[in-house]
Design a protein around this ligand. Structure first.
Ligand code: DCT
Ligand code: MG
Length: 504
C-alpha cells in the first residue's frame, strides 16, 4: 500500500542506463547527523536509488554510497527483512543489530516531512531470528542462519529497549529470586531479559521467540501471559509480597545489603520507619549516612548531575595528580540517561592515592577500601567476582548551581526543601594502575550481565580467565597484556562492542 504513495513522489525505475552515482555526488549541508542512511539497490535499481539518494541529501540527510560502519538505517524496497539479512550476510556486514531495517515507506515519510520521522513498527522490516530465517508472514525459507548468541558479549544491546513490558516483569522476578537467594532462577530471568533487550523489534507473539537463546518453557509461559493478559500474575503477586516489599525498601538504603535486610526482616521489621525507630539496632557508619541522605540517594542521578560531579572529580584528582586518567564508567559510560550513582575509574602512574580524594567540604561520606591485589595471582574464576582495586564509596555534595540548567535536575523536589541548595550523590571511585587500566575500564563499564557473559565466554569458549585486573590464557599459561578494551576483545576473538552497545 505504502508503495503507491512513493510513486507520486519519485519516479519509478526507468530503463535508463549509464547514470553513475558519482554524477550526483553533492555537498549539501547535513541537517540530521544522528542518522546515516544506506539505500539498498537490490530490486530497486541503480537509477531510482541514485535519485532517492540525491533527494535525501538535498533535504539534509546523510546518505552513504557504501555500507560503511557509520550506517544506522538501511532502506529497502520490495525486500523482506529476511532477504536483507541474507544480503547483509553476503556483504559480511558483521553484527546486524546495529542497523534499523526500514521499508521505503519510512523513507518516503521522511522526505514528505522534510525531517527524520519515527522509524515506528509499521515501517520496520521484521526479522525473525530463528534457526531458519523467515518473515513473520511467510513460510520458513532456505535463507542462511542468523542465530542470536547465548553470550551478551556477542550481542549489541543499546539503551533502546523495545520489549520493556517484558523485561520489567523479568527484572522483578529476578530481583525476587535474588532476595530469596535463588541464584539459578535469578540468572534465568536476567538472561531472558537481556536477550529481549537486544531484539530490534517488539515481540508481539510467542513465535517471535523462535530460535532465541534462554527462552525455556517457563520464560515463554510468562511472555505468553503478558501477551494475552497485558500483565504477569506472578510479578503482580511479588509486588504485593511482604518479604519482597520489605527487602526492596531495606536495600534501597545505601549500605544495606541482603544480609542486613534478612536480619531486619527476621526481627519483624517491615518499613524504614520501623528500622529507624528501633533504637537497639546498631547501624554501620555507611547505613547511617544512607538514612541521613535517603531521599536524595533513593532518587535517580541525572546525566546533567553526573556531568557536574564529573567536573568536580576530574578537577580535584588532577590538582593532586596532574597525569591521572579519570574516566566515567558504569551506566553513564553506556549512554544511560539516569543512574543510581556515578562511577569513575582513576588510573595513576605512581604509588596509590591516599584518602584526600575530594575537597573535604564536598564529601558527605566516604569509605576507603584498600587494595588487596596480589601480583601474578591468576584472575578470579568467579563470573560475579569482585576486584581488588583500592576504591572509595562516597556521597558527594553537589550544589545545584553546578548542575547544568538544561539538565533534568528534579526541580520540583528541590524547591520544596527551601534551605537545601545541594543534592547528595553516590560516587564510586576505583583506582587502578596504568597496566590494568583497560581491564578495569572494561570491568567497570558493565552492564552486569555483559560482564558475566564476557567472563563466561572467556572461560568456556577460549579457556581464558578474565577479571578486572588481567586476562590469563590457560592453554598457553600466559597473561595477555592489553592497553585498550579493543585489545581485550581481540584477545578473546570477539568483535569489539562499543560501551553504548553493552546495555545487556
Ligand atoms: N559491576 C559488576 N558486577 C557487580 C557490580 C558492578 O560487574 N556485581 C560493574 C558493572 C557496572 C559497574 O560495575 C558499576 O556498577 P553499578 O553502578 O552498580 O552499575 P551501573 O550499570 O552503573 O548501574 P546504575 O546506572 O544503576 O548506576
Ligand atoms: Mg553506576
Amino acid at each position: 500500500m505504502e508503495r503507491f504513495r512513493t510513486q507520486s513522489l519519485v519516479p519509478r525505475r526507468k530503463k535508463q542506463k549509464g547514470i553513475h552515482s558519482a554524477t550526483f555526488l553533492s555537498s549539501y549541508e547535513v541537517k540530521f547527523s544522528e542518522l546515516v542512511i544506506f539505500i539498498l539497490e537490490r530490486k530497486m535499481g541503480v537509477t531510482r536509488r541514485t535519485f532517492l539518494m540525491e533527494l535525501a541529501r538535498r533535504k539534509g540527510f546523510r546518505v552513504e554510497n557504501k555500507l560503511s560502519d557509520s550506517v544506522t538505517h538501511i532502506v529497502a524496497e520490495n525486500n523482506s527483512g529476511a532477504e536483507i539479512m541474507e544480503w547483509l550476510n553476503v556483504q559480511k556486514a558483521g553484527d546486524h543489530a546495529r542497523f534499523k531495517l526500514l521499508d521505503i515507506s519510512w523513507f518516503t515519510a521522511c522526505m514528505e516531512a522534510g525531517r527524520p520521522v519515527d522509524s515506528e513498527r509499521k515501517h520496520q522490516l521484521m526479522v525473525n531470528y530463528s534457526t531458519t530465517l523467515y518473515t513473520p508472514t511467510s513460510e520458513p525459507s532456505a535463507f542462511p542462519l542468523v542465530t542470536v548468541s547465548q553470550y551478551a558479549c556477542q550481542r549489541r544491546t543499546t539503551i533502546n529497549n523495545y520489549n520493556k513490558k517484558f523485561t520489567d516483569v523479568f527484572e522483578i522476578l529476578a530481583e525476587n529470586c535474588e532476595f530469596r537467594e535463588n541464584e539459578g532462577h535469578c540468572l534465568a530471568f536476567m538472561r531472558a531479559a537481556s536477550v529481549l533487550k537486544f531484539l530490534p523489534f517488539v515481540v508481539v507473539r510467542v513465535q517471535d521467540l523462535e530460535g532465541l537463546p534462554w527462552m525455556g518453557d517457563q520464560i515463554r509461559g510468562i511472555i505468553e501471559e503478558i501477551l494475552d493478559e497485558g500483565e504477569s500474575y506472578s510479578a503482580n503477586a511479588i509486588l504485593n509480597d511482604e518479604r519482597y516489599k520489605s527487602f526492596k525498601l531495606f536495600t534501597s538504603v545505601f549500605g544495606v545489603g541482603l544480609k542486613t535486610s534478612e536480619k531486619w526482616y527476621r526481627m519483624g521489621l517491615r518499613t524504614l520507619e520501623e528500622v529507624k525507630a528501633d533504637k537497639a539496632l546498631k547501624l554501620t557508619k555507611m547505613q547511617r549516612a544512607g538514612f541521613l541522605h535517603y531521599e536524595d540517594l533513593a532518587g535517580c542521578v541525572s546525566k546533567a548531575e553526573a556531568d557536574a560531579v564529573s567536573l568536580i572529580v576530574k578537577g580535584t584528582v588532577r590538582t593532586l595528580f596532574s597525569d591521572a586518567l579519570v574516566t566515567v564508567t558504569g551506566g553513564f559510560r553506556r549512554g544511560k540517561k539516569t543512574g543510581h550513582d556515578v562511577d569513575f575509574l582513576i588510573a595513576l602512574p605512581g604509588p596509590r592515592l591516599e584518602d584526600e580524594l575530594l575537597h573535604k567540604d564536598l564529601l558527605l561520606y566516604y569509605d576507603l577500601v584498600e587494595s588487596t591485589f596480589e601480583k601474578a595471582k591468576l584472575p578470579s574464576r568467579k563470573v560475579d567476582g569482585f576486584d581488588h582495586f583500592q576504591k572509595c564509596f562516597e556521597i558527594v555534595k553537589l550544589h545545584h548551581q553546578r548542575v547544568d540548567p538544561s539538565g533534568s535536575s528534579p526541580s520540583g523536589e528541590s524547591e520544596k526543601k527551601e534551605f537545601k541548595d545541594w543534592k547528595a550523590i553516590r560516587v564510586d571511585l576505583v583506582m587502578s594502575p596504568f597496566e590494568q587500566y583497560a581491564f578495569a575500564l572494561l570491568g567497570w563499564s558493565g552492564s552486569r550481565q555483559f560482564e558475566r557473559d564476557l567472563r563466561r565466554y572467556a572461560m568456556h569458549e577460549k579457556k581464558m580467565m578474565l577479571d578486572n585486573h588481567a586476562l590469563y590464557d590457560k592453554t598457553k599459561k600466559i597473561f595477555l597484556k592489553a592497553e585498550s578494551e579493543e585489545e581485550i576483545f581481540a584477545h578473546l576473538g570477539l568483535d569489539y562492542i562499543e560501551p553504548w552497545e553493552r546495555n545487556a
